[in-house]
Design a protein around this ligand. Structure first.
Ligand code: FMN
Length: 344
């Protein structure tokens, strides 16, 4: 069976090419997930610390998507695995049975524990694991038998592998390596895809679907303040105005993220100071003074909070409905693939 048929087997409402919203913690909630799934994509709800709030979001989603007749809740549910106690989450998986459990940011053994736990309480839920290297893909393929691997290239906004590659080399190398080892796992592309050109490229690389985080920051259903969205729309030249660094977490206090991970954010004064060698304690006290209004510099929105965004940010220019984004990317992917064929 082709990978696409496998995916359609358990995501029967999807249209192709498969477009997925990233499960962005705290901002991809029921509204976004519902809109994306209704538009024929895979809508996802991102990780939330407060499980009562998450339960409310799942209830709203369940009602909103009741017309889609599947044995699962037709969305993905994201879990940031490291440091998260598993028990209460398994109760949620057992109760809501999301079509996909999207697991990220953890060791292979932690991911194995979660995969096995979820499969036990909700056998219908498929396990997708996001990672960013060939070695992690092999380790996780062996430990977890994932239903799909989401390969996150270094262009991606938000957290990801500190050492990495773009999807241009990551996807084919993972595909070759897994195939040599006898694995047959659908691959999903993440990182830098904001339109049909990126989606067409990802499909050519061997992906069975694409994830968009940064582009979905423009969706009106994504729960971010207007000022955050405006900073995204104003950003140009994505590789210059964003950077990967651990300082975007470190500045807020002890950084609990495992050493493997940093994150891509809009560059800000914190980052500039860090790059020029200012120590983290001094940056923290400067920031708290500046936030109290007692430092000389004034702060922009990207100084006052970490604005996670990928290198594709320069092409994200206007607020749209999530469904329009999904449909536009789907249609434009076809056109771009046809155009590419004419150059052969
Ligand atoms: C604002 C933001 C928040 C994110 N939060 C999460 C998260 O909670 N869990 C996760 O697995 N990935 C998260 N990501 C990463 C995405 O899953 C995905 O890899 C990334 O958005 C793809 O790259 P793109 O931003 O260029 O589309 C986040 C990305 C962004 C931009």
């Amino acid at each position: 069976m082709s990978h696409l048929n496998t995916l359609k087997g358990y995501l029967p409402w999807i249209q192709t090419p498969l477009i997925i919203n990233a499960p962005m913690s705290g901002i991809a909630k029921s509204k976004l997930a519902t809109a994306v799934t209704t538009a024929g994509g895979l809508g996802q709800i991102g990780f939330m610390d407060d499980l009562q709030d998450l339960t409310k979001e799942l209830e709203i989603t369940k009602k909103a998507l009741a017309d889609i007749k599947t044995e699962t809740l037709p969305i993905g549910l994201g879990v940031i695995v490291f440091g998260t106690p598993i028990k209460a989450w398994l109760d949620l998986f057992a109760k809501y049975k999301p079509a996909v459990a999207w697991l990220s940011f953890a060791s292979a053994s932690e991911l194995q524990e979660w995969s096995e736990g979820i499969r036990l309480v909700s056998p219908q839920t498929r396990i997708w694991i996001q990672l960013g290297s060939v070695s992690a893909s092999v380790e996780v393929a062996r430990a977890c038998q994932p239903d799909a691997l989401v390969l996150q290239g270094i262009d991606a906004g938000g957290h990801g592998h500190e050492d990495g590659a773009s999807i241009v080399s990551l996807i084919p190398e993972v595909a070759d390596t897994l195939s040599e080892l006898g694995f047959d796992i659908p691959l999903i592309a993440a990182g830098g895809i904001v339109d049909g050109r990126g989606c067409a490229a990802a499909l050519s690389l061997g992906a069975s679907g694409v994830v968009m985080g940064t582009r979905m920051l423009a969706a009106e259903e994504t729960a971010i303040p207007a000022i955050y969205r405006d900073a995204i729309f104003e950003a140009v030249d994505g590789g210059q105005v964003t950077a990967r660094s651990r300082v975007f977490d470190e500045v807020w206090g002890p950084n609990f993220w495992p050493k493997t991970y940093d994150g891509r954010c809009l560059k800000n004064q914190v980052y500039q100071k860090y790059k020029s060698g200012v120590d983290i304690q001094s940056i923290r006290s400067w920031l708290s003074q500046a936030m109290n209004g007692s430092a000389s510099e004034s702060l922009s929105i990207q100084d006052m909070g970490s604005i996670w965004a990928g290198t594709g940010v320069g092409m994200v220019k206007e607020q749209r409905k999530a469904a329009d984004i999904v449909e536009e990317v789907r249609g434009s992917t076809r056109k771009n693939l046809e155009r590419a064929m004419t150059s052969l």
